[in-house]
Design a protein around this ligand. Sequence first.
Ligand SMILES: NC(=O)c1ccc[n+]([C@@H]2O[C@H](COP(=O)([O-])OP(=O)(O)OC[C@H]3O[C@@H](n4cnc5c(N)ncnc54)[C@H](O)[C@@H]3O)[C@@H](O)[C@H]2O)c1
Length: 294
Amino acid sequence: MERLMGRLTGHLTGRRRSRDARAVVTGAGSGIGRSFALELARRGGSVVVSDVDEPSARRTAGMVEDAGGKALALGCDVSDADAVATLARDAADWFAGPPTLVVNNAGVGAGGDLVGEVPLEDWQWTLGINLWGVIHGCHVFAPLLREAGGGGIINVASAASYAAAPRMAAYNVSKAGVLALSETLAAELAGSGVHVSVLCPTFVKTNIIEAGRITSASGSLAGTLMKVTGMSPDRVARTCLDAHDRGALYVMPQLDAKATWELKRHAPRLYTHGAGLLERVSGPLRTDHATKGH
Ligand SMILES: NC(=O)c1ccc[n+]([C@@H]2O[C@H](COP(=O)([O-])OP(=O)(O)OC[C@H]3O[C@@H](n4cnc5c(N)ncnc54)[C@H](O)[C@@H]3O)[C@@H](O)[C@H]2O)c1
């Protein structure tokens, strides 16, 4: 039904938003954000490539230009509301108008400890970037797109937004918030010409583990799973932009993301018991809580 509605909306609005876009991508200095920037450029777009790490944003912008696209690199910490407002102003100046597509992608990994052990500072750091960063992006850009009468917003959540794994509370909560915000925004913008998608991948081969605040034992387990089962960020970006063009709200680029979505919806207790069992079996393997990525 969701797919049918999406197709219908896509046909009615009659536009492939990922083509010739004036796009803003946050967290575009690495991983999925960089792939979004490169793919949007391949589709004829001009891209504002922003990241808290400005040199990495400049590297992505260079890659976009080498591939024949147009890019502007800007430093922006999405956890800072004023910085996101400045990003929107600078992007509008460069485009000489509002953007047509915004990808709220910037995010960090966090995990390894049980609720009660996770330092409150880590909760604040994770929610500050993963959730507040997307709130800031939607707060600033949604009114601009609505006023322009069209465009797209892609919020990058995670399969963790609907399937909570133990020892990842702050990350799970941040991504559940991004999912709820995206669903709200999609309803509020229905009929406005602005389409919202929320990307919910499982593992993607990026730097998120190395750059995150993850206890080393959990990190090495997740790192191995990522290497073995992870999808390439290029494929995730392509799949997501195609789904966005078809009018999809939920984008689960992998089979395991789709299967977990179905399991969680139709057998939520089975999912929770299974996740708890996995935690009890793998818990003793996690002995090292000393090393953090910060
Ligand atoms: N890699 C995965 O397996 C996976 C799975 C599901 C969802 N995601 C989500 O995908 C998004 C991109 O992550 P990735 O896997 O490409 O990781 P990554 O670490 O490769 O890239 C994240 C980028 O975000 C930037 N960033 C970090 N804090 C920022 C801030 N405060 N302001 C602006 N930029 C900031 C980093 O500098 C980096 O360039 C995140 O939201 C992440 O939660 C990733």
